[in-house]
Design a protein around this ligand. Structure first.
Ligand SMILES: Nc1ncnc2c1ncn2[C@@H]1O[C@H](COP(=O)(O)OP(=O)(O)OP(=O)(O)O)[C@@H](O)[C@H]1O
Ligand SMILES: [Mg+2]
Length: 490
């Protein structure tokens, strides 16, 4: 507890405070709403004094009575309460006791002229952060407030980090030299530093999330959290709590107050992934949050100001969802400020080789291997394949190939069957366009056909042979000839 006395002031006069004390607070201005401080004192001079000391660096609310203080705490997301003990009506200790039920996160500093050790001890027991006597030292109170704000920021950061530990390191750079990727790099550079909402579209595995992280990392909010929510992965009934948080006891099983992703991302970037699968009622709530720039926890009465950048992503056609009535048009236009579409990998095949090399280096490092590369025909096959799972699929294939590689160079046979045998989906037209020799086209078709039958019967060779009208031994021979046999599950 700090009880030092220095700058004396008279309540109605302007408070003398050293200029540098305010400047040092102001320089720490970072994106995000200012911390909200509630000053509770029946002396208007104290209100004025705190306005002079804290204004600019903090948002202030002023209350003259305990009841006013409680009403404000119930409706606003107060970070810190500077509380006088001797108040008309309800005294400070009673206010403190009731505050705890309204907002368990708000910190309280008792600021009082009553020098009573008993009250101080009681206040601390009731959870006050500290206790200062009037007249107070400006440096001291500023330092205390700073500690409170830092403690709260730290607490949020711990929550944020806890939600992030299971994620892979995102530091990998974006790879791609195709004209479309070059355009994307330029676009990223242009949008990173403003706050415009971004809507990322692209097939699964095209890199929507890496792109969102890159935009965040290159912008002015990089030091603040990047928080991702996958709207499709969380059951609808839990999603609201996940996004907005909930108050203790608000829903069954809510034993503690939970901070939602909007609050965790405050000051930073909120990545709303798979936004296309959001239920209509939640779409309305998100729209409201974005319009009002504030949210309410489930079961809560207070509003929390939010200041963040939103990046939304979907692999669905949102415009069509709007036409079908599955997606709100107002939310769509609010999200679609800067639309960015990432093309599928098969439309930018120039990127395949650099990506292959990138993942080769990555998995050599990871598995401590020294694979030098792919044989010419293996690489050709990788370039021809259509990559329905895009970059994620490519990465998985390279990971597997490096892990299982027998020598320094990975051959075409070491690639998974669907890729090594078929290359791109071979239709009759395609075989003609690629000028395949008849026997090559026939082999590819045969392999494609056999594999699809095998898949259908879950690799039961007897069933497959019956469907194909072949003897089981004839099928086994064909499989060996096509190089499929060795890899068949027993
Ligand atoms: N340009 C790129 N350079 C390097 N790696 C990339 C690139 N794009 C994507 N990746 C990698 O591909 C994988 C898939 O990317 P990401 O998760 O961002 O895709 P997505 O579009 O969000 O997919 P989904 O719709 O399935 O969630 C990740 O491992 C990512 O690191
Ligand atoms: Mg994703």
């Amino acid at each position: 507890m700090t009880r030092r006395r220095a700058l004396e002031y008279h309540t109605t006069a302007q408070i003398p405070f050293p200029a540098e004390a305010r400047c040092s607070m102001a320089t720490e201005a970072a994106p995000g709403p200012l911390p909200l401080i509630l000053v509770v004192d029946d002396d208007p001079g104290i209100h004025e004094a705190f306005k002079a000391v804290l204004g600019g660096s903090y948002d202030l609310l002023l209350a003259r009575t305990g009841q006013e203080a409680l009403d404000l705490t119930a409706s606003r997301d107060v970070n810190l309460v500077l509380l006088d003990i001797r108040l008309p009506g309800m005294d400070g200790i009673e206010v403190l006791r009731r505050l705890r039920d309204l907002n368990e996160d708000a910190e309280v500093i008792i600021v009082t002229a009553v020098r009573s050790l008993k009250t101080a001890v009681e206040a601390i027991k009731l959870g006050a952060f500290d206790y200062v006597t009037k007249p107070f030292d400006v440096h001291e109170i500023l330092a205390l407030i700073k500690r409170v704000v830092e403690k709260q920021a730290l607490r949020k950061e711990v929550l944020y980090l806890r939600s992030e530990v299971h994620r892979e390191n995102p530091s990998d750079d974006l790879i791609g030299k195709s004209p479309r990727m070059q355009e994307l790099y330029e676009l990223i550079a242009r949008v990173a530093d403003n706050n415009a909402t971004i809507l990322l579209t692209g097939e699964s595995g095209t890199g929507k999330e890496v792109l969102a992280r890159t935009i965040h990392a290159r912008g002015g909010r990089a030091a603040k959290p990047f928080v991702a929510v996958n709207c499709a992965a969380i059951p609808a009934e839990l999603l609201e709590s996940e996004l907005f948080g909930h108050q203790k006891g608000a829903v069954t099983g809510a034993i503690h107050t939970k901070i939602g992703k909007f609050e965790l991302a405050n000051g930073g970037t909120l990545f709303l992934d798979e936004i296309g699968s959001l239920r209509l009622d939640l779409q309305a709530k998100i729209l409201r949050a974005l319009q009002e720039r504030e949210i309410e926890r489930v079961g809560g009465t207070r509003t929390v100001k939010i200041d963040l950048r939103v990046i939304a992503a979907t692999h669905r056609d949102l415009k069509k969802a709007v036409e079908d009535g599955a997606f709100r048009v107002d939310l769509y236009s609010r999200l679609n400020v800067v639309p960015i579409d990432i093309p599928p990998l098969r439309h930018r095949r120039e990127d395949i080789e650099p990506l292959v090399n990138h993942f080769l280096a990555k998995y050599n490092r990871e598995f401590n291997r020294r694979v030098r590369g792919f044989s010419a025909d293996a690489l050709q096959t990788l370039k021809e394949y259509d990559w329905p799972g895009n970059i994620r699929e490519l990465e998985n294939i390279i990971e597997r190939a490096v892990a299982l590689a027998r020598g320094e160079v990975i051959s075409r046979k070491e690639l998974p069957l669907e890729i090594s045998l078929l290359g791109a989906e071979t239709t009759v037209e395609e075989a003609g366009r690629k000028s395949l020799a008849l026997h090559e086209a026939r082999t590819r078709f045969e392999a494609h056909y056999i594999l699809s039958v095998l898949e259908r019967v879950k690799w039961n060779q007897s069933d497959a042979a019956r469907i194909m009208g072949l003897h089981r031994n004839a099928l086994a021979w064909k499989l060996r000839r096509l190089g499929i046999g060795e890899e068949l599950p027993a």
